[in-house]
Design a protein around this ligand. Structure first.
Ligand code: NDP
Length: 446
């Protein structure tokens, strides 16, 4: 078995040299899906996985724009259209200086399986730019977004490819991108998700990823006759996903101890209450400040500069910042400190060695493609509402989100049950794969 997997990975690697993040995501899928294909003698000889790892289309383009000092700036834009077997391409846009093709291909590849798990008809895609919105004025961000969309608009559409937000792309950026698309196409359609509620957005979309992670963790714990109530929770990040994961965790009775950003983490041993979280949201979303500003309001808390929060004792860990932010040593520290459950809010925040450690030590480990699928699920609901020209209430969307997270958990159980342990990595990978593979086979060699 190992030889078959190694041969497969070496063939993929030969075509994707210098793309470590992409190869990391492919390896994780191959290690669980290839044994399934062989053991069950299905899809064998069809090269389905080999087809899946090759993007259907990759678009790369120049984004030239003028800053406030009238200096011409140049960034690179991308859209990776990975797989459209079960629906139009769907996945976020990331604006961050670290963005490159390897990172976007890993995200687009993960998105195939995640979207499949939601039960909604969405293919996988991802895009973005190495543009950094941090420190830019609103007008600079607007000019960049307009230039970015002036190229992207010809490749997307409500039945073709529907981008959304990701790191660095929040409601402000989606607004500017949508405005430019509408101007160029002269049509008002659901081409982006994450829109403002008064112009086609869905209620609960901003909250969906964070809420979804916590609903998924609650499902894991319920399965063991336990719950989030009273649990100590350590969260990394303080952006969209982290904020709403914290909000829902507090609502369900959990005690949230940390939040972070790229400069370090804050630790509030008394717990971050709803009021304190509102203050964080103001700091991060309105003032566009740093997480260390928390100390000015709550001086009894601590700021750990340049560190991640995994050394803080907890029952549940929710990495919600970025890829590869939690390594094997962090995993060991968490385990030795009594952590029983980890839910990936970010995409691929745990290194492969960390995941292996959690699985070998029977820590309940929820991979991002399952646990953070709530965001894209509600994006799918936003697309449905746009097509219907109708809006569901907050309660209706939240109920649908809760049900989808429950169904994803059930799918993981269907394929991930092992002796005395639920292997959610295996469960999510195989469940996500089967639906897409069946559709690809039905559609012939394309
Ligand atoms: P935001 O831009 O809103 O927040 C990102 C947070 O992560 C910020 O606190 C940021 O700190 C921190 N961060 C970013 N890069 C690093 C780094 N290299 N080291 C430490 N901290 C870092 O993004 P989101 O909350 O939307 O996304 C977070 C993660 O969740 C990403 O992996 C994303 O792909 C994933 N995700 C998001 C979804 C969504 O709906 N938004 C859906 C599914 C997954 P700073 O401000 O200092 O940069």
């Amino acid at each position: 078995m190992k030889k078959i997997i190694d041969n497969f990975l070496s063939e993929v690697n030969s075509r994707n040299k210098n793309e470590p993040e992409f190869m990391q995501a492919v390896s994780e899928i191959a290690e669980t899906v290839i044994p399934y294909i062989i053991k069950n003698n299905i899809y064998y000889g069809q090269n389905v996985l080999l087809r899946m790892v090759e993007p259907e289309r990759v678009i790369s383009f120049r984004v030239a724009w003028i800053d406030d000092n009238e200096e011409i700036k140049v960034n690179r834009g991308y859209r990776v259209e990975m797989n459209s077997a079960i629906g139009p391409y769907k996945g976020g846009l990331r604006f961050h200086p670290s963005v490159n093709l390897s990172i976007l291909k890993f995200l687009a590849f993960e998105q195939i399986f995640k979207n499949s798990l939601t039960t909604l008809p969405m293919g996988g895609g991802k895009g973005g730019s190495d543009f950094d919105p941090k420190g830019k004025t609103d007008t600079e961000v607007m000019r960049f977004c307009q230039s970015f969309m002036t190229e992207l608009y010809r490749h997307i559409g409500p039945n073709r490819d529907i981008p959304a937000g990701d790191i660095g792309v929040g409601s402000r950026e989606i607004g500017y991108l949508f405005g430019q698309y509408k101007r160029l196409k002269n049509e008002f359609t659901g081409v982006l998700t994450g829109k403002g509620v008064s112009w086609g957005g869905s209620l609960i979309r901003p909250e969906a990823t964070g809420y979804g992670v916590v609903y998924f963790i609650e499902n894991i714990l319920n399965q063991k006759s336990d719950s989030i109530k009273g649990k100590r929770i350590v969260i990394s990040g303080s952006g969209n996903v982290a904020q709403y994961a914290a909000e829902k965790a507090i609502k369900l009775g959990g005690k949230v101890l940390t939040l972070s950003d790229s400069s370090g983490f804050i630790y509030d041993k008394n717990g971050i209450s709803s009021e304190k979280l509102s203050a964080v949201m103001k700091i991060k979303n309105v003032k566009r400040g740093r997480i260390s500003d928390y100390l000015k309001l709550y001086p009894k808390s601590e700021f750990h500069k340049g560190q991640n929060p995994w050394k803080i004792k907890c029952d549940i860990a929710l990495p919600c910042a970025t890829q590869n932010e939690l390594n094997e040593n962090d995993a060991k520290t968490l385990f030795n400190n009594g952590c029983i459950c980890l839910g990936e809010g970010a995409n691929m925040p745990c290194t492969p060695e960390a995941i292996t450690f959690f699985v070998n030590n029977k820590v309940s480990f929820a991979p991002g493609k399952a646990s953070n699928a709530g965001g894209v699920a509600v994006s799918g609901l936003e697309m449905a509402q746009n097509s219907l020209r109708y809006n569901w209430s907050r309660k209706e969307v939240d109920e649908k989100l809760k049900n989808i997270m429950f169904e994803i958990h059930q799918s993981c159980l269907a394929y991930g049950k092992e002796k005395n342990y639920i292997n959610y990595v295996k469960g999510a990978n195989i469940a996500g794969f089967v639906k897409v593979a069946d559709a690809m086979l039905a559609q012939g060699v394309v």
